[in-house]
Design a protein around this ligand. Structure first.
Ligand code: MN
Length: 236
């Protein structure tokens, strides 16, 4: 038996297993997608988002989307080499037998990556600059936009997301998507600028059935500078 490399040893240790015979399906992940590091500590968004929710949401839910995306695409190197955004934009070209798995897990991977990056400690407030102007022009005011996004999150029955999106002309809208569907999968594709996860796993530990309280708290975590950078790139 060859000597396992460092990643294999680490992976086996994390899995709690002594055996270092790594299954082929796991080795394929090295060419695939990886769980991105959280840009802050689990408790950094307290009191708005609690540390236990962050730890489980990132370490188990997001990790499962990444693992299952890699499983769905195992052996399909052409697809594994593409950025996740390119896969989602051409979702109808993904082989039919694995398409739903890629929608669920590829959507889940990208949606959560955007979600973590859109939040920050000591954030919230309102955007400035061109994004603020675009929000005023599309919705009337930031307060009206906030009402619209909150309503989209509240009326999403079951699991899904509420989004601020831009079309290919840079025009803004608020939409919601079911499950892990991404705005990038729509025809034509919409660019997600910021989204809020309204799956119960995103808030139930702290907020139970009070999704409206979670949505209000989430607004206090939004890093509008990140959203403004996405807006500046949209439609280009
Ligand atoms: Mn989630």
């Amino acid at each position: 038996m060859r000597t396992p490399d460092r990643r294999e040893v680490l992976r086996a240790a994390l899995a709690g297993g002594a055996a270092l015979a790594i299954p082929a399906a796991l080795k394929a992940q090295e060419a695939g997608f990886a769980l991105p590091k959280l840009p802050y500590a689990f408790d950094a968004l307290e009191p708005h988002i609690d540390a236990a929710t962050m730890e489980i949401h990132w370490g188990r839910h997001h990790k499962a989307y990444v693992d299952n995306l890699n499983k769905a695409l195992a052996g399909k190197d052409d697809w594994l080499k593409k950025p996740i955004t390119a896969i989602l934009k051409s979702i109808n070209d993904v082989p039919a037998t694995i398409r739903q798995a890629v929608i669920n897990n590829g959507g889940g991977h990208h949606n959560h990556t955007l979600f973590w990056e859109s939040m920050a400690p000591k954030a919230g407030g309102e955007p400035a600059g061109p994004l603020a102007k675009a929000i005023d022009s599309a919705f009337g005011s930031f307060a009206k936009f906030q009402e619209k996004l909150t309503a989209a999150g509240l009326t999403r029955f079951g699991s899904g997301w509420a989004w601020l999106v831009a079309d290919d002309q840079g025009k803004l809208d608020v939409i919601s998507t079911a499950n892990q569907d991404s705005p990038l999968m729509m025809t034509p594709a919409l660019t997600p600028l910021v989204g809020v996860d309204v799956w119960e796993h995103a808030y139930y530990l702290k907020y139970q059935n009070k999704r409206v309280d979670y949505l209000a708290a989430w607004f206090k975590t939004v890093d509008w500078k990140v959203v403004a950078e996405r807006h500046a790139k949209a439609g280009k």
